[in-house]
Each structure stands twice: as C-alpha cells, then as structure tokens.
Design a protein around this ligand. Structure first.
Ligand code: PLP
Length: 229
C-alpha cells in the first residue's frame, strides 16, 4: 500500500534529519508518481502529500486535470523543446534544464503566459555518458547565460546520481554538487543565487539529506517498483 510506504518514507526522512541536525522543513519531498495511476497517487495525496514529480510531459498533462488543484507538479525528466508549451502554466518547477536552447524556449513560453517559471540546472555531476546535464566545469558559464533570460528563475541545481549498490558511493557526488553551489553563491554573480539542491532518490536519499539536499525525489520507496522506466 502506497499510504504505508509513504508514512515509512516520512519517518526515514525525519530520522536522517535528526542524524545530521537538519530540520525536516528544510527538505521538500517530491513523490515521483510516473507510471502510477491516479487512484494510487490519490492515496498518497490523501495522506497529506502535495508535491508530485513526473518525468514525461504528456503523462503529467494527463494527470493534472484528473487530480486536485492544490498539487504542485514538478517536471523532473528530460525535456524536449517542442513539449515546453504544454507545461505552462501549471508546472511548479522544471528540474531538468540542461541546455541554453531549452532555457530560451522555457523563457519564451513563460513570458507568453506572463509567468516566471522556477527552474533548476541539471548537472551531470558524476559525468556519466548516459546522463543528461551540464558538467561541473560548464556550470558557471551555463548559469550566467540562462540567468539573464526573462520568465525563468534559476533556483538551484539538480542531479541524477549513478545507480549504485551502496548509497555511500554517491556521497562524493552529492558533496560536489553542494560544494559547487556554495562556491558559485560566494561569487555574488548578478541574478544568481542557488538555494535548492534536488538530489537523492529511493536508493540514496538519506545520504543526500546528510549532504545538503533541499529536494529529494522518491518514487519506488513510496509507490513500489515500476515495471517500465
Ligand atoms: C524516476 C525518477 C526518480 C525516482 O526514482 P526512484 O528510484 O524510484 O525513487 C527521481 N528522479 C528522476 C529524474 C526520475 O526519473
């Protein structure tokens, strides 16, 4: 049952926060509901969850009208330019901005709708070939380019860490993301202040919390395993 799993995840978040002296309010839990039907998502909604994440535009756009209006929907998966228009204006945040062109497209659509879209820059912190995101080396230049665009507000960084057996293996990845956000903030660059770190999934969210995550994206631990994706 998703409801019980959800309660368990909340307890694990609380325990991780106690362990490293952080407050639970510092962490936004994003319940990743991709591939799951509205009926199951509603169970978790009824248990109190209001922030959900989807990785496909079409799936998210089908779920939005079928679910209560007070849900904040986060787009966490790779985003194609031609899908951006469908995301406006109901999306609370886009986590996966990984190119200047994509940022420009989001900017243009947001301006058209008269909104400012909160976004995160996706970083391929472990430099995996199969992953989207800019490298740590490219990040500062990338942020300088996209932060001047109208209609978007860069709130922070996001990474999808490698799939590993032992979550400790991802600690250096999370630490590197946190460190680069601190370094960039210390440079006081116009328009750039990174306050959010979206990192940590089912397999490694406790380590991510210890390393400074402000948003964790959890699917499997809440909804059970997915048969696809
Ligand atoms: C699916 C997905 C998650 C959640 O993964 P779990 O291991 O099921 O918690 C988090 N982030 C992104 C980008 C995803 O696509």
């Amino acid at each position: 049952m998703s409801k019980e799993s959800y309660a368990e995840v909340k307890q694990r978040i609380a325990a991780a926060c106690r362990k490293c002296g952080r407050r639970e309010e510092e962490i936004t839990l994003i319940a990743v509901s991709k591939t799951k039907p509205v009926s199951e998502i509603m169970e978790v909604y009824d248990a109190g969850q209001r922030v959900f994440g989807e990785n496909r535009v079409q799936e998210m756009c089908e779920k939005i009208p079928a679910m209560p209006e007070d849900i904040q929907w986060h787009l966490i998966g790779h985003l194609q330019q031609n899908k951006v228009k469908y995301l406006m204006p109901r999306t609370a945040m886009i986590h996966s901005v990984d190119s200047v062109r994509l940022a420009q497209t989001i900017s243009k659509e947001a301006v058209k709708h008269g909104i400012v879209m909160p976004v995160l820059a996706e970083v391929n912190a472990a430099e995996e070939e199969s992953k989207f995101g800019v490298t740590l080396q490219e990040l500062e230049g990338f942020l300088k380019e996209i932060s001047t665009l109208p209609g978007i507000c860069v709130k922070g960084l996001m990474t999808v860490a490698p799939f590993v057996d032992d979550p400790e293996e991802n600690r250096p990845v999370f630490r590197a993301l946190r460190q680069i956000s601190v370094d960039i903030n210390n440079k006081n660059i116009n328009n750039i202040y990174l306050s959010e770190l979206s990192m940590g999934m089912t397999n490694d969210f406790e380590v991510a919390i210890e390393e400074g995550a402000t948003m964790i994206r959890i699917g499997t631990a809440i909804f059970g395993s997915r048969t696809v994706r």
